[in-house]
Ligand binder design. Structure first.
Ligand code: APR
Ligand code: PHB
Length: 389
């Protein structure tokens, strides 16, 4: 088998990269070790920046997103006694969309299987080889158990945090890793109940953070700060609703409850691996970096990476010029660190940890963001997404 760009991993990063390259006339093959059902059932975050929406629409995969996505002009920041609306269009001229990452993935898979390049599910033993030369290859075993070799001009490692690509980059470069684990986790639930607010609510509370989000006019997505070692079995639906109601309480307003259809505990971590390239192997998305979910940057950052990478690979493979691949890692990492800072900042401002001194600092910061247009604009610009450079 031969292709121009071999793509490892069919998450949003790999699938969108394949689509963007296809539109530039570059051949790809996408290799995914899970089944289609598994990939399409994974529940992840659901806030899309304007740039992300525009990229998906321009790539011809935004039709359902434009129909079903919920545009949001802001968020509420809450602390006891206060629920303050930040109006993004007036602060920075942009807005965001609520549309599940699961849905983005389904739209990309269906476009790819419709008229796109090959997408192979259920492969195993994936190994990128000879990435330091101009003719790398990917060895893998296909879904029928037959060993295969995919000869490529370049390889994209879009295989997520637990993939095989990052270790290959790390082993062959004098790279670095940075990691921060947080002393809390999120318990996330999906519930069949209409959202109780028009916009998302990020709530600071002495018991811990709560987030009210949504997936559709009839489905809510809600999160609670819990201990990292928390057992999901200890959280009955009643206990979850009670904690959510307490932490988001506001006079004259009530949280609506309904049947919980899914619940899970999510770890919180920041992680950055540099460089994002070794020879002809390029990392993008969760393979190179993880942000905590506060601020919903994970998917948006993956989209920003592959936008840069698609341009760089097109220049290399269609024009024979390496200038953009040579600067890809530095350009991508500049945005990665900006989003890493923003996600860390939102996370640190909103979650209970430390002592009463820390709590007062958090409240002082929240009052500042709610009371100062300059401070609110800083949040709004980052939340809605800075331009991809
Ligand atoms: N071979 C082939 N595929 C692999 C391998 C492997 N060895 N290891 C992992 N994969 C697949 C995973 O099964 C998954 O489908 O790679 C894909 C990686 O997808 P994601 O984890 O979704 O990562 P990414 O595409 O970078 O998406 C960015 O946005 O909201 C955030 O963290 C969230 O996943 C999300 C991310
Ligand atoms: C979500 O809807 O899943 C979501 C929204 C905002 C966040 C994180 C997750 O900051």
């Amino acid at each position: 088998m031969r292709t121009q760009v071999g793509i490892i991993g069919a998450g949003p990063a790999g699938l969108l990269l394949s689509r963007l390259l296809q539109l530039q006339g570059i051949d790809t093959v996408v290799l995914e070790n899970r089944s289609r059902d598994y990939v399409e059932a994974r529940i992840r975050a659901g806030i899309l920046e304007e740039h992300t929406v525009q990229t998906l629409v321009d790539a011809g995969v935004g039709e359902r997103l434009q129909r079903e996505g919920l545009p949001h002009d802001g968020v509420y920041l809450q602390y006891p006694g206060v629920r303050h609306h930040l109006d993004f269009p007036s602060l920075c001229g942009r807005r965001v969309w609520a549309y599940g990452q699961t849905e983005v993935t389904k739209d990309l898979i269906s476009a790819q299987l419709d008229d796109g390049p090959p997408l192979l599910f259920g492969v195993s033993d994936v190994v990128p080889e000879d990435v330091d030369g101009d003719a790398p290859r990917i060895r893998f075993t296909d879904a029928d158990g037959v060993p295969q070799v995919l000869e490529c001009d370049a390889i994209a490692g879009t295989d997520g945090f637990h993939g095989v690509s990052r270790p290959v980059v790390t082993a062959g470069t004098s790279g670095r890793l940075w990691e921060r684990t947080y002393p809390y986790a999120w318990l996330g639930v999906l519930a069949d109940v209409a959202p109780s607010t028009d916009e998302l609510v990020y709530a600071w509370h002495p018991d811990g953070f709560a987030l009210l989000s949504m997936r559709s006019p009839s489905v809510s997505r809600l999160y609670l700060q819990v201990d990292p070692g928390e057992r999901i079995e200890d959280w009955s639906d009643d206990r979850i609703w009670e904690a959510l109601a307490t932490r988001s309480a506001l006079e004259g307003w009530e949280l609506q409850t309904g049947p919980i259809t899914e619940k899970s505990v999510l770890p919180m971590r920041s992680f950055v691996s540099a460089p994002m390239r070794r020879g002809r192997l390029f990392l993008a998305g969760d393979a190179a970096h993880i942000v905590p979910p506060t601020g919903a940057k994970g998917l948006n950052l993956a989209v920003a990476d592959v936008t840069l990478l698609a341009g760089a690979l097109t220049r290399l493979l269609a024009e024979g010029r390496s200038d953009l691949v040579d600067t890809y890692s530095d350009r991508a990492l500049a945005r990665v660190w900006r989003c890493t800072h923003f996600s860390w900042w939102m996370t640190s401002m909103l979650h209970r940890a430390g002592d009463d001194f820390d709590a007062e600092l958090q409240l002082a910061q929240l009052r500042r963001v709610c009371g100062s247009e300059a401070a609110a604009r800083e949040l709004a610009e980052n939340y809605t997404g800075l331009p991809v450079g």
